[in-house]
Design a protein around this ligand. Structure first.
Ligand code: SF4
Ligand code: SF4
Length: 165
């Protein structure tokens, strides 16, 4: 599964990825409906990235009684202004978990099981919303504002590597 990861060591907590995500999906700079986020522990100062692990996790899909979270094939091409990001320019094939809004009843079964807290009730549409890798062009990666440390990047697991042939 291609999936986005925020490096805790590299992220500065600027939240640009959240703005890019919400702009892409909601047409507004609104981090509360971003599909990923970084959080800074106020005691330790350690930043933790929260992103969907897609099919490597799939706990939301397993919990859904309505089969509303669907495994969908995707081709991801990472774009961005900054050279040097691990996968910029590469095309990666794999699978992503998409919410079928027609099937979702907003029962909430998926919300509690997510280990990274990145699937929620949409405040306007009363359905679940989560990362869909922007249909193949993840905007969080494209707009990460820390080009020298490459804080947001795409990861690919062994299962998807077999698809790359
Ligand atoms: S809220 Fe929607 S996606 Fe989540 S478990 Fe319920 S029906 Fe499935
Ligand atoms: S939304 Fe959460 S539970 Fe669902 S696959 Fe992503 S990380 Fe796992």
């Amino acid at each position: 599964m291609p999936h986005v990861m925020i490096s805790s060591k590299k992220c500065t907590g600027c939240h640009m990825c959240e703005l890019a995500c919400s702009a892409q999906h909601e047409g507004a700079y609104r981090p509360s409906v971003a599909r990923l986020f970084s959080a800074c522990n106020p005691t330790t100062g350690v930043i933790k990235g929260h992103t969907c692990l897609q099919t490597a996790c799939a706990k939301c899909q397993e919990a859904c009684p309505n089969d509303a979270i669907v495994t969908t094939e995707i081709t991801v091409k990472v774009k961005g202004d900054f050279p040097g990001k691990e996968k910029i320019g590469d095309t990666v094939k794999g699978y992503v978990l998409i919410v079928d809004e027609d099937a979702c009843t907003n029962c909430g079964e998926c919300y509690d099981v997510c280990p990274t807290d990145v699937i929620h009730e949409h405040p306007d549409r009363e359905v679940a919303f989560k990362c869909d890798l922007c249909g193949g062009e993840p905007q969080c990666i494209a707009f990460c504002q820390n080009p020298h440390v490459l804080a947001v990047d795409l990861k690919v697991d062994k299962m998807d590597k077999q698809l790359q042939a």
